[in-house]
Write a protein that binds this ligand. Sequence first.
Ligand code: MV4
Length: 503
Amino acid sequence: MFNKVLVANRGEIALRVIRACRELGVKTVAVYSEADVNSLHVQYADECYFIGAAEPSQSYLNIDKIIETARKSGCEAIHPGYGFLSQIPAFAETCEKNGLEFVGPPAKVLRLMGNKVEARRAAANAGVPVIPGSLKPAKSPDEAIKIAEKVGYPVLVKAVYGGGGKGMRLVKSEDEMRHVLETAALEAESSFGSREIYVEKFLPMARHIEFQTLADKKGRIIHLGERECSIQRRYQKLIEETPSPFMTVELRKEIGASAIKIAKAINYVNAGTVEFLVDQNGNYYFLEMNTRLQVEHLITEMVTGIDIVKEQIKIAAGEKLAYSQSDVKIYGHAINCRINAEDPYENFAPSPGTVTNLRLPGGPGVRVDTHLYAGCTVSVFYDPLVAKLAVWSLSRLEAIRRMRNALDEFVIDGVKTTIPLHKRIMEDEDFLRGAVHINFVDERIDKLLPKKALTEEEIAALAAVLVNQKGEAKVKALALRRQQKGVSLWKLAGRVRGLRRTF
Ligand code: MV4
């Protein structure tokens, strides 16, 4: 086992990795930016080093500085957590070149899976279903259109180096296709540094289900079951659960075997996640592979009893996997709510600030992974995730009830959070039935987050402002049209930009 590991991250995941190291008897080195001088990961590590300004590019993304810190402090390995440098091939490569073990897959594997169309080809070659579409980047508009015609519209135009949904475009006809291709390529270039795009048939109303895998350096590969991740907004997951309410023992066996086939085919090492889209009929299609520890790994830990972060470190140190597939038993049900410092009532605007009061939920089967403490500050520079609230119970319904209690107990004052939204989802009838899909939140966001009702006076005041802005005739016409469409006065008032805050 390693003597000392550098944790190249911040926030709750840095704490998670430090805790795993301590249990393994491994010393830890924290790095921190100007914004994290008072952060818990700096206090909990055995050593800590300042690495630069708050902007990620100046600190947590500074490869040279982090490698230098690891070498000077005598570390043998670097755990990148998630985000930041966790999936950057050049970083893994620099670790390898400096004799530092990167706790993750080899640079070669990061590079392969970073190319989403190569990933599709690898999956297809391994005999795993992929969504009909390109297996190579589309070299010209004509080529893209040919593929779209073959699989049938609507299609999605995706960036080869994309992922996470950014730069994705839904296209319904050839006409639209000619329009979209150029903008999609330009957007891909500015976001990912490559103009390359590819085409896939659009799969509507699917579920997003992912499989956790673990692979050691000796070629042993197992999966730890699935996570249902359909409850998301703008590709940011809000709630994850395991098992998926949709899953059967047979389907888990089948998709799990597919996940392992892909991992084997690409010589995967360490913890990874294979994402699938699954339709109403149980047809499943490979989407992409996440080559890192994931935010939601904790729910898999709760139903399997396997500490995924400890396994990652043991694998990186060259240890053989201590589990075979038949050792993996899924027991009970776990749900995670991502608590973000965002205001769900203001279109999820970031809500940085000082946490003035904090009360954490507790009791049997409740796990809170957080870096918050009363008096800490939430910086604008980083991810808005401030806590993961996960519960375990024997059945799904009991887990939901446990989550409701935990959300009620949870107090975070000083910043706005997504807790109110989670409370509403935990009462949603379709959620209770497990009838979720990737459009679940978008479809009912107005119902989940009803705007506070306005008083007569407030409506009158809003109407006066509207008339002032647009003139009486225009407002009357607008109100009439909205009324015919069944849109409430409140919604109309909401169109008065910037006014909502005053009420
Ligand atoms: C799709 C899809 C439907 N059909 N591909 C979005 C993120 C990126 N990883 C892939 N994504 C999707 N690809 C086809 N052919 C729908 C999505 C999608 C999605 C996927 C996973 C989780 C949430 C999502 C939300 C919207 C769209």
